[in-house]
Design a protein around this ligand. Structure first.
Ligand SMILES: [Zn+2]
Length: 477
Protein backbone atom coordinates (compact mmCIF):
# COMPACT_ATOMS: atom_id res chain seq x y z
CA UNK A 1 0.00 0.00 0.00
CA UNK A 2 1.12 3.53 -0.70
CA UNK A 3 -0.63 6.84 -0.84
CA UNK A 4 -0.27 10.54 -1.64
CA UNK A 5 -1.72 13.17 0.68
CA UNK A 6 -2.11 16.79 -0.45
CA UNK A 7 -1.01 18.92 2.52
CA UNK A 8 -0.97 22.25 0.71
CA UNK A 9 -1.47 24.06 -2.61
CA UNK A 10 -4.79 22.26 -3.04
CA UNK A 11 -7.59 24.77 -3.63
CA UNK A 12 -5.02 27.57 -3.50
CA UNK A 13 -1.70 28.58 -5.08
CA UNK A 14 0.48 28.56 -1.97
CA UNK A 15 1.74 26.14 0.68
CA UNK A 16 2.86 23.38 -1.76
CA UNK A 17 3.35 20.18 0.26
CA UNK A 18 2.60 16.67 -0.97
CA UNK A 19 3.28 13.59 1.12
CA UNK A 20 4.08 10.22 -0.44
CA UNK A 21 3.89 7.39 2.06
CA UNK A 22 4.49 3.67 1.75
CA UNK A 23 2.75 3.16 5.11
CA UNK A 24 0.81 -0.10 5.27
CA UNK A 25 -2.04 1.36 7.30
CA UNK A 26 -2.76 4.62 5.47
CA UNK A 27 -1.65 6.73 8.45
CA UNK A 28 2.06 7.24 7.95
CA UNK A 29 3.00 5.24 11.05
CA UNK A 30 5.32 2.88 9.21
CA UNK A 31 6.92 2.75 5.78
CA UNK A 32 8.85 5.58 4.16
CA UNK A 33 7.60 9.16 3.99
CA UNK A 34 8.65 11.63 1.29
CA UNK A 35 7.51 15.23 1.23
CA UNK A 36 7.56 16.85 -2.20
CA UNK A 37 7.98 20.59 -1.56
CA UNK A 38 7.47 22.28 1.77
CA UNK A 39 5.96 25.66 0.96
CA UNK A 40 4.55 28.42 3.07
CA UNK A 41 0.91 29.44 2.85
CA UNK A 42 0.58 33.09 1.83
CA UNK A 43 -2.31 35.45 1.07
CA UNK A 44 -5.68 35.26 2.87
CA UNK A 45 -5.62 34.74 6.65
CA UNK A 46 -7.61 31.50 6.41
CA UNK A 47 -4.66 29.95 4.54
CA UNK A 48 -1.85 31.71 6.44
CA UNK A 49 -3.16 30.29 9.72
CA UNK A 50 -2.38 26.80 8.41
CA UNK A 51 1.33 27.68 8.66
CA UNK A 52 0.90 27.30 12.43
CA UNK A 53 -0.56 23.79 12.27
CA UNK A 54 1.85 20.84 12.55
CA UNK A 55 2.09 18.30 9.74
CA UNK A 56 -0.57 15.51 10.02
CA UNK A 57 2.20 13.03 10.74
CA UNK A 58 4.98 14.15 13.11
CA UNK A 59 7.77 16.02 11.31
CA UNK A 60 10.43 13.62 12.65
CA UNK A 61 8.70 10.69 10.87
CA UNK A 62 9.16 12.36 7.46
CA UNK A 63 12.29 10.80 5.97
CA UNK A 64 13.21 13.15 3.12
CA UNK A 65 12.07 16.30 1.33
CA UNK A 66 12.35 16.71 -2.44
CA UNK A 67 12.28 20.41 -3.32
CA UNK A 68 11.28 21.45 -6.87
CA UNK A 69 12.37 25.10 -6.68
CA UNK A 70 13.22 28.05 -4.47
CA UNK A 71 9.96 30.05 -4.44
CA UNK A 72 8.66 30.60 -0.89
CA UNK A 73 5.34 28.92 -1.65
CA UNK A 74 7.39 25.75 -2.29
CA UNK A 75 10.29 26.06 0.21
CA UNK A 76 9.19 28.63 2.83
CA UNK A 77 7.95 26.12 5.41
CA UNK A 78 11.23 24.12 5.53
CA UNK A 79 12.62 26.03 8.56
CA UNK A 80 9.36 25.31 10.40
CA UNK A 81 9.52 21.59 9.47
CA UNK A 82 13.06 21.47 10.87
CA UNK A 83 11.91 23.36 13.97
CA UNK A 84 9.26 20.68 14.48
CA UNK A 85 11.80 17.87 14.42
CA UNK A 86 12.58 16.97 10.79
CA UNK A 87 16.19 15.79 10.46
CA UNK A 88 16.31 14.13 7.06
CA UNK A 89 17.86 15.20 3.76
CA UNK A 90 16.36 17.94 1.58
CA UNK A 91 17.16 17.15 -2.04
CA UNK A 92 17.32 20.02 -4.53
CA UNK A 93 19.44 21.19 -7.45
CA UNK A 94 22.51 23.22 -6.49
CA UNK A 95 20.98 26.38 -8.03
CA UNK A 96 17.86 25.91 -5.89
CA UNK A 97 20.04 25.43 -2.80
CA UNK A 98 21.97 28.63 -3.58
CA UNK A 99 18.72 30.58 -4.00
CA UNK A 100 17.27 29.10 -0.78
CA UNK A 101 20.42 30.38 0.92
CA UNK A 102 19.23 33.95 0.34
CA UNK A 103 15.44 33.48 0.24
CA UNK A 104 14.93 31.52 3.48
CA UNK A 105 17.03 33.76 5.78
CA UNK A 106 15.26 36.78 4.27
CA UNK A 107 11.92 35.11 5.01
CA UNK A 108 13.03 34.48 8.63
CA UNK A 109 14.02 38.13 8.92
CA UNK A 110 10.58 39.25 7.63
CA UNK A 111 8.83 36.87 10.06
CA UNK A 112 10.75 38.45 12.93
CA UNK A 113 9.93 41.97 11.70
CA UNK A 114 6.22 41.10 11.42
CA UNK A 115 6.12 39.67 14.95
CA UNK A 116 7.89 42.80 16.24
CA UNK A 117 5.41 45.02 14.42
CA UNK A 118 2.37 43.20 15.86
CA UNK A 119 3.86 43.34 19.34
CA UNK A 120 4.40 47.09 18.97
CA UNK A 121 0.81 47.77 17.91
CA UNK A 122 -0.48 45.00 20.25
CA UNK A 123 -2.82 43.74 17.56
CA UNK A 124 -2.01 40.06 17.77
CA UNK A 125 -4.29 37.70 19.66
CA UNK A 126 -1.10 35.79 20.55
CA UNK A 127 0.75 37.49 23.32
CA UNK A 128 3.54 38.02 22.49
CA UNK A 129 3.31 37.47 18.70
CA UNK A 130 6.02 35.02 17.62
CA UNK A 131 7.78 34.59 14.28
CA UNK A 132 6.98 31.36 12.40
CA UNK A 133 10.77 30.98 12.43
CA UNK A 134 13.71 33.30 12.86
CA UNK A 135 16.54 34.28 10.53
CA UNK A 136 18.85 32.08 12.60
CA UNK A 137 16.49 29.09 12.35
CA UNK A 138 16.25 29.61 8.58
CA UNK A 139 20.04 29.63 8.31
CA UNK A 140 20.21 26.54 10.51
CA UNK A 141 18.03 24.45 8.18
CA UNK A 142 20.39 24.97 5.21
CA UNK A 143 22.67 22.21 6.57
CA UNK A 144 20.05 19.59 5.59
CA UNK A 145 20.14 20.45 1.87
CA UNK A 146 21.80 17.96 -0.46
CA UNK A 147 22.53 18.85 -4.11
CA UNK A 148 21.27 16.53 -6.82
CA UNK A 149 22.20 16.81 -10.50
CA UNK A 150 19.42 17.03 -13.08
CA UNK A 151 18.82 13.60 -14.63
CA UNK A 152 20.70 11.71 -11.90
CA UNK A 153 18.77 8.92 -10.10
CA UNK A 154 18.84 9.00 -6.29
CA UNK A 155 17.77 5.93 -4.31
CA UNK A 156 15.83 7.17 -1.25
CA UNK A 157 14.89 3.77 0.20
CA UNK A 158 14.79 0.20 -1.17
CA UNK A 159 11.32 1.07 -2.58
CA UNK A 160 11.65 4.66 -3.75
CA UNK A 161 13.98 6.50 -6.09
CA UNK A 162 13.70 9.83 -7.89
CA UNK A 163 15.32 12.05 -10.47
CA UNK A 164 14.94 15.70 -11.41
CA UNK A 165 14.05 16.84 -14.93
CA UNK A 166 13.90 20.46 -16.10
CA UNK A 167 10.75 22.47 -15.37
CA UNK A 168 12.03 25.74 -16.97
CA UNK A 169 10.16 27.85 -14.40
CA UNK A 170 12.97 29.69 -12.59
CA UNK A 171 16.69 29.08 -12.12
CA UNK A 172 17.21 25.59 -10.66
CA UNK A 173 13.56 24.57 -11.01
CA UNK A 174 12.79 20.92 -11.72
CA UNK A 175 10.00 18.41 -11.83
CA UNK A 176 10.43 15.28 -9.70
CA UNK A 177 10.02 11.87 -11.32
CA UNK A 178 9.47 9.40 -8.50
CA UNK A 179 9.61 5.63 -8.95
CA UNK A 180 7.84 3.49 -6.40
CA UNK A 181 8.44 -0.26 -6.19
CA UNK A 182 6.05 -1.91 -3.78
CA UNK A 183 4.42 -5.36 -3.80
CA UNK A 184 6.23 -6.24 -7.01
CA UNK A 185 4.62 -3.28 -8.78
CA UNK A 186 6.41 -0.27 -10.26
CA UNK A 187 4.64 3.07 -10.41
CA UNK A 188 5.93 6.30 -11.93
CA UNK A 189 4.79 9.46 -10.25
CA UNK A 190 5.52 12.89 -11.73
CA UNK A 191 5.30 16.01 -9.55
CA UNK A 192 5.65 19.05 -11.79
CA UNK A 193 6.22 21.78 -9.20
CA UNK A 194 5.69 24.95 -11.23
CA UNK A 195 5.98 24.57 -15.00
CA UNK A 196 7.68 27.31 -17.01
CA UNK A 197 6.72 28.64 -20.40
CA UNK A 198 6.55 25.81 -22.89
CA UNK A 199 7.27 27.60 -26.12
CA UNK A 200 10.43 29.37 -27.19
CA UNK A 201 11.76 32.89 -26.65
CA UNK A 202 9.40 34.53 -29.12
CA UNK A 203 6.56 33.73 -26.71
CA UNK A 204 8.45 34.28 -23.46
CA UNK A 205 11.00 36.90 -24.48
CA UNK A 206 13.65 38.08 -22.09
CA UNK A 207 13.74 34.80 -20.25
CA UNK A 208 17.09 34.34 -18.51
CA UNK A 209 16.55 30.62 -18.02
CA UNK A 210 15.93 28.46 -21.09
CA UNK A 211 12.29 27.78 -22.00
CA UNK A 212 10.64 24.40 -22.25
CA UNK A 213 10.07 21.72 -19.60
CA UNK A 214 11.31 18.15 -20.24
CA UNK A 215 9.22 16.46 -22.92
CA UNK A 216 8.29 12.80 -23.44
CA UNK A 217 7.36 12.03 -19.84
CA UNK A 218 5.91 8.69 -18.75
CA UNK A 219 3.82 8.78 -15.58
CA UNK A 220 1.15 6.61 -13.98
CA UNK A 221 0.18 9.46 -11.69
CA UNK A 222 0.72 13.11 -12.59
CA UNK A 223 0.49 15.85 -9.96
CA UNK A 224 0.44 19.08 -11.94
CA UNK A 225 0.20 22.79 -11.18
CA UNK A 226 -2.79 24.80 -12.46
CA UNK A 227 -1.98 28.44 -11.56
CA UNK A 228 -3.07 29.76 -14.97
CA UNK A 229 -5.72 27.07 -15.52
CA UNK A 230 -8.32 29.64 -16.63
CA UNK A 231 -6.18 32.39 -18.16
CA UNK A 232 -4.21 32.66 -21.39
CA UNK A 233 -1.08 34.81 -21.56
CA UNK A 234 -1.01 37.48 -24.26
CA UNK A 235 1.08 36.01 -27.05
CA UNK A 236 2.54 39.22 -28.42
CA UNK A 237 6.11 40.39 -27.81
CA UNK A 238 6.06 43.05 -25.03
CA UNK A 239 9.31 44.66 -26.16
CA UNK A 240 8.02 47.19 -28.76
CA UNK A 241 5.34 48.58 -26.40
CA UNK A 242 7.75 48.56 -23.47
CA UNK A 243 10.39 50.44 -25.48
CA UNK A 244 7.78 52.99 -26.63
CA UNK A 245 6.60 53.58 -23.04
CA UNK A 246 10.17 54.12 -21.85
CA UNK A 247 10.99 56.47 -24.74
CA UNK A 248 7.88 58.58 -24.11
CA UNK A 249 8.59 58.84 -20.38
CA UNK A 250 12.16 59.94 -21.05
CA UNK A 251 11.00 62.51 -23.65
CA UNK A 252 8.81 64.19 -21.04
CA UNK A 253 11.68 64.17 -18.54
CA UNK A 254 10.26 61.44 -16.32
CA UNK A 255 11.62 58.27 -14.73
CA UNK A 256 10.34 54.71 -14.86
CA UNK A 257 9.69 52.83 -11.61
CA UNK A 258 9.34 49.04 -11.83
CA UNK A 259 8.18 46.99 -8.81
CA UNK A 260 9.67 43.51 -9.25
CA UNK A 261 10.56 40.45 -7.20
CA UNK A 262 14.30 40.48 -6.46
CA UNK A 263 14.83 36.96 -7.76
CA UNK A 264 14.17 36.03 -11.40
CA UNK A 265 11.85 38.87 -12.40
CA UNK A 266 14.43 41.62 -11.71
CA UNK A 267 17.13 39.72 -13.61
CA UNK A 268 14.77 39.06 -16.51
CA UNK A 269 13.86 42.75 -16.74
CA UNK A 270 17.48 43.92 -16.52
CA UNK A 271 18.44 41.62 -19.41
CA UNK A 272 15.58 42.97 -21.49
CA UNK A 273 16.49 46.61 -20.77
CA UNK A 274 20.11 45.94 -21.73
CA UNK A 275 19.02 44.37 -25.00
CA UNK A 276 16.69 47.32 -25.79
CA UNK A 277 19.50 49.79 -25.05
CA UNK A 278 22.13 47.97 -27.08
CA UNK A 279 19.79 47.68 -30.06
CA UNK A 280 19.06 51.42 -29.86
CA UNK A 281 15.36 51.01 -29.08
CA UNK A 282 15.60 53.00 -25.85
CA UNK A 283 18.04 55.75 -24.83
CA UNK A 284 20.97 54.99 -22.55
CA UNK A 285 19.68 56.24 -19.21
CA UNK A 286 20.84 55.13 -15.76
CA UNK A 287 19.33 51.87 -14.51
CA UNK A 288 19.12 51.25 -10.75
CA UNK A 289 18.44 47.79 -9.35
CA UNK A 290 17.66 48.67 -5.77
CA UNK A 291 17.75 45.45 -3.74
CA UNK A 292 20.56 43.68 -1.87
CA UNK A 293 18.83 40.38 -2.63
CA UNK A 294 18.85 41.13 -6.38
CA UNK A 295 22.65 41.52 -6.25
CA UNK A 296 23.06 38.16 -4.52
CA UNK A 297 20.63 36.60 -7.00
CA UNK A 298 22.65 37.93 -9.96
CA UNK A 299 25.77 36.33 -8.46
CA UNK A 300 23.91 33.00 -8.21
CA UNK A 301 22.68 33.37 -11.81
CA UNK A 302 26.25 33.92 -13.01
CA UNK A 303 27.35 30.73 -11.23
CA UNK A 304 24.73 28.64 -13.05
CA UNK A 305 25.23 29.71 -16.65
CA UNK A 306 24.31 26.19 -17.87
CA UNK A 307 20.68 27.20 -17.46
CA UNK A 308 20.79 30.37 -19.57
CA UNK A 309 18.66 30.95 -22.62
CA UNK A 310 20.62 31.70 -25.82
CA UNK A 311 19.68 35.35 -25.44
CA UNK A 312 21.07 35.57 -21.89
CA UNK A 313 24.25 33.70 -22.93
CA UNK A 314 24.83 36.15 -25.75
CA UNK A 315 24.39 39.21 -23.52
CA UNK A 316 26.78 37.85 -20.86
CA UNK A 317 29.37 36.78 -23.45
CA UNK A 318 29.29 40.19 -25.03
CA UNK A 319 28.95 42.48 -22.02
CA UNK A 320 30.01 40.41 -18.98
CA UNK A 321 28.35 40.47 -15.57
CA UNK A 322 25.26 42.70 -15.22
CA UNK A 323 26.85 43.87 -11.95
CA UNK A 324 29.46 45.70 -14.07
CA UNK A 325 27.37 46.88 -17.00
CA UNK A 326 27.99 50.51 -17.81
CA UNK A 327 25.14 52.69 -16.52
CA UNK A 328 23.65 49.91 -14.36
CA UNK A 329 23.88 50.47 -10.59
CA UNK A 330 23.02 47.87 -7.97
CA UNK A 331 22.18 49.52 -4.65
CA UNK A 332 23.12 47.46 -1.64
CA UNK A 333 22.95 49.75 1.41
CA UNK A 334 19.97 51.86 2.40
CA UNK A 335 22.09 55.02 1.89
CA UNK A 336 22.71 53.97 -1.72
CA UNK A 337 18.98 53.34 -2.04
CA UNK A 338 18.03 56.78 -0.71
CA UNK A 339 20.62 58.44 -2.97
CA UNK A 340 18.55 57.33 -5.98
CA UNK A 341 15.91 59.84 -4.80
CA UNK A 342 18.39 62.64 -5.59
CA UNK A 343 18.53 61.65 -9.25
CA UNK A 344 16.43 64.21 -11.13
CA UNK A 345 17.27 62.99 -14.62
CA UNK A 346 15.30 60.24 -16.35
CA UNK A 347 16.25 56.82 -15.05
CA UNK A 348 14.85 53.32 -14.62
CA UNK A 349 14.43 52.16 -11.01
CA UNK A 350 13.72 48.46 -10.36
CA UNK A 351 13.02 47.54 -6.76
CA UNK A 352 11.06 45.15 -4.57
CA UNK A 353 8.70 43.99 -3.24
CA UNK A 354 7.00 43.08 -6.49
CA UNK A 355 3.51 43.80 -5.15
CA UNK A 356 4.59 46.91 -3.14
CA UNK A 357 3.71 45.15 0.13
CA UNK A 358 6.96 46.37 1.68
CA UNK A 359 10.62 47.05 0.87
CA UNK A 360 12.44 49.91 -0.82
CA UNK A 361 10.01 50.22 -3.74
CA UNK A 362 7.78 52.10 -1.29
CA UNK A 363 10.02 55.16 -0.97
CA UNK A 364 10.62 55.27 -4.75
CA UNK A 365 6.87 55.25 -5.41
CA UNK A 366 6.13 57.75 -2.62
CA UNK A 367 8.57 60.13 -4.31
CA UNK A 368 7.72 59.51 -7.99
CA UNK A 369 3.97 58.71 -8.10
CA UNK A 370 2.79 62.36 -7.68
CA UNK A 371 4.70 63.57 -10.80
CA UNK A 372 2.81 62.99 -14.11
CA UNK A 373 6.07 62.89 -16.08
CA UNK A 374 6.96 59.53 -14.46
CA UNK A 375 5.72 56.03 -15.30
CA UNK A 376 5.19 52.94 -13.16
CA UNK A 377 5.47 49.68 -15.06
CA UNK A 378 4.09 46.47 -13.54
CA UNK A 379 5.61 43.25 -14.87
CA UNK A 380 4.16 40.81 -12.33
CA UNK A 381 0.90 39.59 -10.85
CA UNK A 382 -0.64 41.98 -8.26
CA UNK A 383 -2.67 40.06 -5.68
CA UNK A 384 -5.96 41.68 -4.64
CA UNK A 385 -5.59 43.86 -1.55
CA UNK A 386 -1.92 44.75 -2.14
CA UNK A 387 -0.70 48.32 -2.76
CA UNK A 388 0.42 47.16 -6.18
CA UNK A 389 -3.16 46.17 -7.06
CA UNK A 390 -4.45 49.57 -5.84
CA UNK A 391 -1.96 51.50 -7.99
CA UNK A 392 -2.59 49.26 -11.02
CA UNK A 393 -6.38 49.64 -10.68
CA UNK A 394 -6.27 53.36 -11.56
CA UNK A 395 -6.95 54.59 -8.00
CA UNK A 396 -6.32 58.34 -7.50
CA UNK A 397 -4.18 57.77 -4.40
CA UNK A 398 -2.47 55.08 -2.36
CA UNK A 399 -1.34 54.87 1.26
CA UNK A 400 2.42 54.45 1.67
CA UNK A 401 4.13 54.75 5.09
CA UNK A 402 0.76 55.82 6.51
CA UNK A 403 0.46 58.84 4.14
CA UNK A 404 -1.87 59.19 1.16
CA UNK A 405 0.21 59.64 -1.99
CA UNK A 406 -1.55 61.06 -5.09
CA UNK A 407 -1.12 58.92 -8.21
CA UNK A 408 -0.42 61.16 -11.20
CA UNK A 409 2.30 59.09 -12.89
CA UNK A 410 1.35 57.00 -15.91
CA UNK A 411 0.56 53.40 -14.90
CA UNK A 412 1.31 50.54 -17.30
CA UNK A 413 1.17 46.77 -16.93
CA UNK A 414 2.62 43.96 -19.04
CA UNK A 415 1.22 40.48 -18.55
CA UNK A 416 3.74 38.67 -20.78
CA UNK A 417 6.42 38.14 -18.15
CA UNK A 418 4.82 35.16 -16.39
CA UNK A 419 7.02 32.19 -15.51
CA UNK A 420 4.07 29.77 -15.61
CA UNK A 421 2.77 27.88 -18.64
CA UNK A 422 -0.81 28.75 -19.60
CA UNK A 423 -3.45 26.11 -20.55
CA UNK A 424 -2.51 25.95 -24.24
CA UNK A 425 1.15 25.52 -23.33
CA UNK A 426 0.34 22.84 -20.72
CA UNK A 427 -1.67 20.91 -23.31
CA UNK A 428 1.18 21.22 -25.77
CA UNK A 429 3.52 19.73 -23.15
CA UNK A 430 1.07 16.97 -22.12
CA UNK A 431 0.72 15.90 -25.76
CA UNK A 432 4.41 14.93 -25.69
CA UNK A 433 3.77 12.24 -23.01
CA UNK A 434 4.61 8.65 -23.95
CA UNK A 435 1.49 7.44 -22.16
CA UNK A 436 -1.78 8.63 -20.69
CA UNK A 437 -1.44 8.84 -16.88
CA UNK A 438 -4.02 6.80 -14.98
CA UNK A 439 -4.90 9.86 -12.93
CA UNK A 440 -3.83 13.50 -13.09
CA UNK A 441 -4.29 15.55 -9.91
CA UNK A 442 -4.36 19.30 -10.31
CA UNK A 443 -2.77 21.31 -7.51
CA UNK A 444 -1.43 24.88 -7.10
CA UNK A 445 -4.47 26.69 -8.46
CA UNK A 446 -7.47 28.64 -7.23
CA UNK A 447 -10.58 26.39 -7.41
CA UNK A 448 -11.90 28.13 -10.56
CA UNK A 449 -8.53 27.73 -12.32
CA UNK A 450 -8.12 24.05 -11.39
CA UNK A 451 -11.65 23.08 -12.38
CA UNK A 452 -11.50 24.90 -15.72
CA UNK A 453 -8.17 23.28 -16.54
CA UNK A 454 -9.59 19.87 -15.53
CA UNK A 455 -12.47 20.36 -18.00
CA UNK A 456 -10.12 21.55 -20.75
CA UNK A 457 -7.81 18.54 -20.37
CA UNK A 458 -10.72 16.09 -20.21
CA UNK A 459 -12.22 17.59 -23.36
CA UNK A 460 -8.99 17.96 -25.35
CA UNK A 461 -7.06 14.85 -24.28
CA UNK A 462 -9.65 12.57 -22.65
CA UNK A 463 -7.42 12.14 -19.59
CA UNK A 464 -8.77 11.25 -16.14
CA UNK A 465 -8.24 14.49 -14.18
CA UNK A 466 -9.20 15.55 -10.66
CA UNK A 467 -8.71 18.79 -8.74
CA UNK A 468 -6.91 17.80 -5.52
CA UNK A 469 -8.53 18.72 -2.21
CA UNK A 470 -6.64 19.94 0.84
CA UNK A 471 -5.72 16.96 3.14
CA UNK A 472 -7.14 14.48 0.62
CA UNK A 473 -5.43 11.06 0.60
CA UNK A 474 -5.30 9.04 -2.59
CA UNK A 475 -4.26 5.42 -2.64
CA UNK A 476 -1.65 4.40 -5.19
CA UNK A 477 -2.99 1.02 -6.23
ZN1 LIG B 1 7.26 28.98 -8.44
Amino acid sequence: MAYIQFLGAAGTVTGSKHLISTSSNFNGQDGFQVLVDCGMFQGPKEWRERNWQPTPIPAHTIDVVILTHAHLDHCGWIPRLVKEGFKGAIYATSATIDLCGIILPDSGHLQEEDAEFYNKIKKSKHNPALPLYTLEEAEGCLQYFKPVKVGETTQLSPDISFRFVRAAHILGSCMAEITLNTNGQTRNLLFTGDIGRVRDVTIAPGKVVHSGPQEGENADVLVMESTYGNRLHPDDDPRPALAAAIRKTVERGGSIVVPAFAVERTQKFIFMIKELMESGQIPRIPVYADSPMAIKAVEIYLKHSEEYSEEAKRLINQYGSPLHWDGFTFASTSQESKKINDSHYPSIIISSSGMVTGGRIQHHLAQRLPDPRNSVIFIGFQAPGTRGATIKSGAPEVKIYGELVPIRAQILAFEQFSDHADPSELLQWMRTFQNQPRTTYLVHGEPAASSQLRDTITKELGWNVQAAQWMQKVELS
